[in-house]
Design a binder for this molecule. Sequence first.
Ligand code: PLP
Length: 450
Amino acid sequence: SFGDAEAQAEVRDNDRQYVFHSWSAQGKINPLPVAKGEGVRFWDYDGNEYLDFSSQLVNLNLGHQHPGLVKAIQDQAGRLATIQPSMANDARGELAKRIVEHSFEGARSVFFTNGGADANEYAIRMARHHTGRQKVLARYRSYHGSTATAITMTGDPRRWTNGVIDANIVHFFGPYQYRSEFYSETPEQETERALEHLEHTIQLEGPNTIAAIILETITGTNGVLVPTPGYLAGVRELCDKYGIMMICDEVMVGFGRVGEWFAYQAFDITPDLVTFAKGVNSGYVPLGGVVISEAIHDTFVERPFPGGLTYSGHPLACAAGIATFDIFEEEGILERVRDLGERVIAPRLAEFAEKHPSVGEFRGRGLFWALELVLDRETREPLVPFNAAGDAAAPMNAVVAACKDAGLSPFVHFNRLQIAPPLIVSEEDLVKALDIMDEALTVADGYYTG
Ligand code: PLP
């Protein structure tokens, strides 16, 4: 509890002594001991309060300790805590049904996994068996998870030192108007040229060898990159033309983040496979999965699917998933996400862009936005270099420190300050967080050289 110095010291000591942390040089980290979380807030042992504007790792869509989620897990634990995947279970079946019913037309079934990376592994495996092809096209500036195929598909520096674990992955560029690879001057040009680049990639790799194209419907960690108009429909067309499966990775943007059940629903496309995790139950119990089209499902009606997991469709996780659907309806989550995004965030970020020279661009949708911070608006030189660490990252670290000192825990990646609060955030807390960011941006302005 707050002020308990001994408890804090023990949490810290056990962590430093015994816990091996993700993505870290173990000797160079000092994780914050967290005493409590509630709604959009968490507290450290000294009683400092933080607004959680990263929703942890963009998974905490319904906030900390949502009573509906907690109760669903408690009830399920009291009834049947676990059951192996080859048996039928009420919670598992009910959640699969609800997910299919909220998915694309022609969605047939759900394979449950433990999280996002393995959802992508299994989606690829399904696409490979279904098509009899091996290659997969994935985009630069993407994150698909840390397991073998998922990390190889990842198009950011986290792949680099892991080497090539899956030799059948090829990377291509998606649309990114602000830093266009295609010298385009309009979003329409960006779409046309990005699709041309993708088709050339398909042709040069050999259309008959390509099982799937995987993409984050809206790129998450790598910059909240909203596809330019017509891009996703164009990818769908290319997939149809060459018999390639289209996989939407909705691990970060699914379940309400951008004001839709699934982000692809905002772009009017029908994927073949959709992967999800995080927001399906706000990560209260690990859960991910793959939504499977009728055609791919049919491939495995007579032929066994060669894959599985002990915890596929874990009842505790599924109970929290069902509660998520109920809470979304009861609290009108999708409507409020759209409303807060359009009415509160977008105009305020437009104001930031007028007021703060360091804001090169802002973009996003729903409760998912990025501010691209630059040293110079003309050259668009980022506030810190791509993949900056140590001293090179100092300007962004200073922005983060200004946020934290004022009680805001933000999501930052390279030169971007990103906004991803729990979807239950009140307008008052949202405005409070934006006020803190407004102040913190003056720190970024201090580095401006343009
Ligand atoms: N795909 C996307 C788009 C993600 O953002 C993430 C995690 O951040 C993953 C996949 C991997 O999910 P997990 O960490 O649950 O394996």
